[in-house]
Design a protein around this ligand. Structure first.
Ligand code: 5GP
Length: 116
């Protein structure tokens, strides 16, 4: 279970961010260290899930909502195409253990999975 993460503080309004999208269950805001021309994080407001595997098992509707919000953001901030990335586990680069989708868009380098 995710608990005291930086994203929990963002959801609680303790750390200000520019909210780019909000629904009953999710919020989206720019990544502080963008790796692509468009790099937005979409996260559930719930602090219950550490990674996408837990979320898919425990609350698939919220996962579907995150995908839908990602699509809307890609349309608003780019041409509608996007890459959706979930790091799941520290050894592949997950640093915040509150499930989040990276929405990457813009002119991503052809051979880079992360668009960096
Ligand atoms: P991860 O590496 O866990 O998949 O992704 C965590 C992401 O959160 C990183 O891309 C990092 O730049 C971003 N991040 C970490 N702290 C903050 C913060 O305080 N504000 C924002 N907007 N993004 C953050």
């Amino acid at each position: 279970m995710a608990q005291d993460t930086i994203f929990a503080k963002i959801v609680a309004g303790e750390i200000p961010v520019e909210i780019l999208a909000e629904t009953e269950r999710v919020i989206a805001f720019p990544d502080i260290a963008p790796q692509a021309p468009v790099h937005i994080l979409v996260i559930p407001k719930s602090t219950e899930y550490e990674n996408v595997v837990e979320l898919a098992a425990g609350d698939p509707e919220t996962l579907a909502e995150m995908v839908s919000v990602a699509k809307q953001l890609a349309e608003k901030h780019g041409n509608g195409d996007f890459r959706l990335l979930f790091n799941s586990g520290a050894t592949v680069g997950q640093t915040v253990f509150h499930v989040h989708a990276h929405v990457l868009a813009g002119d991503l380098k052809e051979n880079s999975l992360v668009g960096a």
